[in-house]
Design a protein around this ligand. Structure first.
Ligand SMILES: NC(=O)c1ccc[n+]([C@@H]2O[C@H](COP(=O)([O-])OP(=O)(O)OC[C@H]3O[C@@H](n4cnc5c(N)ncnc54)[C@H](O)[C@@H]3O)[C@@H](O)[C@H]2O)c1
Length: 435
């Protein structure tokens, strides 16, 4: 099948390479020329494990191409995925201007039957809006269908998630569109991946409901961790005891400095806004958002406590800047928020991240020192903070870190170290909700 994917970001490139790997002929389009040139050479403009190999293989075998213009791609493809960004506007709602721009481009190039599929996360009603835009702007009577196929991949394991999804959700109005998408996803169908076929609006809401529920689980365990701090209980044992209940499950019960990334913060805000516009006050989602904001500030307070109640001129090492491990994405990263707050408070900050240093430098500029590794960051620090749980931080030689530091405070915002071991090595250990 011939497929076009518009938008060569995290979702677009993974989707394009994934469908090419299934044997389809795929063209992936972006409006940034440098990005297209890089991708065409097999270079990935962001960090995502396994993606370079998948893109390289499919480029070489001729099933995947990257292009700047949508003109030819739209004409030659049966299925067109829209995978452009839907960033938050100032009021929390999703900015649909990129999606709408793409819908107009598709309309102008429509010459025979196509299925136009929204992969971007979009508010309920957007697929119908796309249909309206295409109807208005097409210059002939060509028939087309719209469909919604939300993406659930996780950055850091996006390639695995594309190949082994928990489910595929497809919202469509016509049987033809459903059949074409079922055919496109046939390799997963054969692997018995569950499929949910539904209408456009329900499909769009499934994405927001899923992300907001996961975000709520994180905010919930963060509040339990805060309560554990106050009541001197251990959040890890609480989470284990809860997670063993099959109705709850163990995932997303890890406390930390709050959720971040390009999805949870914007999708919770968009759901809240969408609900308000529909006349419903979604209290749980609003509380999830507020708890998350408070949690990042609590992390800063914890660091302040560890540095003796004073942050001005405190020498602090911060490990981790990306919003989670295995990505260089710093969008809405709690670690980056903490770095900015520490700088504002007048700390002397030394930072290290295995992948996100270049991105962080664009935001933090020369207001902190960038180090080549964790040990260099720890040099003469009074407090060392772990803000993102990269595997290499789990395996640090803590004795060497301790020798390098001037002080003895270890603030473990991700609870990756054994408090007793850290204490044995001479650290004053500050975890999240651990005795
Ligand atoms: N990143 C994730 O983990 C993830 C997971 C699931 C769903 N989503 C959703 O998928 C969508 C895309 O997210 P992303 O993280 O891949 O975004 P991104 O910002 O990384 O990429 C979007 C790309 O679209 C391109 N673009 C914008 N307008 C264009 C146009 N008119 N023509 C061609 N290209 C255009 C941009 O240049 C950019 O490269 C969003 O709605 C997001 O919420 C993201």
């Amino acid at each position: 099948m011939r497929v076009a994917v518009i938008g060569a970001g995290y979702v677009g490139v993974v989707t394009a390479a994934g469908f090419a790997e299934f044997g389809n002929e795929v063209v992936c389009i972006d409006k940034i020329p440098d990005k297209v040139i890089m991708l065409g050479k097999g270079e990935i403009p962001f960090y995502e494990p396994g993606l370079k190999e998948l893109v390289g293989k499919n480029l070489k075998e001729g099933r995947l191409v990257f292009s700047e213009g949508s003109f030819q791609a739209v004409k030659e493809s049966l299925v067109i995925f829209i995978a452009v960004g839907t960033p938050p506007r100032g009021d929390g709602s999703a900015d649909l201007s990129y999606v709408e721009e793409v819908a107009k481009e598709i309309a102008e190039n429509l010459d025979e039957y196509k299925v136009v599929v929204t992969k971007s996360t979009v508010p309920v009603g957007t697929s119908l809006r796309i249909k309206e835009i295409i109807e208005t702007h097409k210059n002939n009577s060509t028939h087309f269908d719209v469909a919604s196929n939300p993406e659930f991949l996780r950055e850091g394991s996006a390639v695995y998630d594309f190949m082994h999804p928990d489910r595929i959700v497809i919202g469509a109005e016509s049987d033809a569109a459903k059949a074409i998408l079922r055919d496109l996803y046939r390799p997963l169908y054969l692997r018995e991946t569950p499929f949910v076929f539904t209408d456009l609006r329900t499909s769009e809401l499934i994405k927001y409901a899923s992300n907001s529920f996961l975000a709520m689980k994180i905010s919930f365990i963060n509040e339990i961790a805060n309560l554990c701090d106050a009541l001197r209980a251990d959040v890890h044992v609480v989470a284990k005891g809860m997670g063993l209940d099959g109705r709850i499950g163990p995932k997303f019960l890890h406390p930390g400095p709050g959720f971040g990334g390009s999805c949870f913060p914007k999708d919770t805000m968009a759901l809240s806004k969408m609900a308000k516009e529909a006349g419903y006050n979604f209290q749980l989602v609003d509380a999830t958002i507020q708890v998350n904001k408070d949690q990042m500030e609590r992390a800063v307070e914890k660091i302040c406590q560890a540095s003796g109640g004073k942050l001005k001129k405190a020498k602090i090492a911060l490990l981790g800047l990306s919003f989670k491990p295995n990505t260089d994405d710093i969008r809405e990263s709690p670690a980056l928020y903490i770095a900015q707050r520490l700088i504002e408070e007048g700390c002397q900050l030394r930072v290290f991240d295995p992948a996100a240093m270049d991105n962080a430098r664009m935001v933090l500029g020369d207001r902190c020192s960038y180090c080549k590794d964790s040990y260099e960051a720890a040099y003469k620090a009074q407090v060392m903070v772990v803000a993102t749980e990269w595997n290499q931080f789990r395996n640090l030689n803590l004795a060497r870190v301790k020798e390098t530091m001037e002080g003895d405070n270890l603030v473990d915002l991700r609870n990756i170290y054994d408090p007793r071991r850290a204490q044995k090595l001479g650290f004053r250990y500050w975890g999240m909700g651990r005795r």
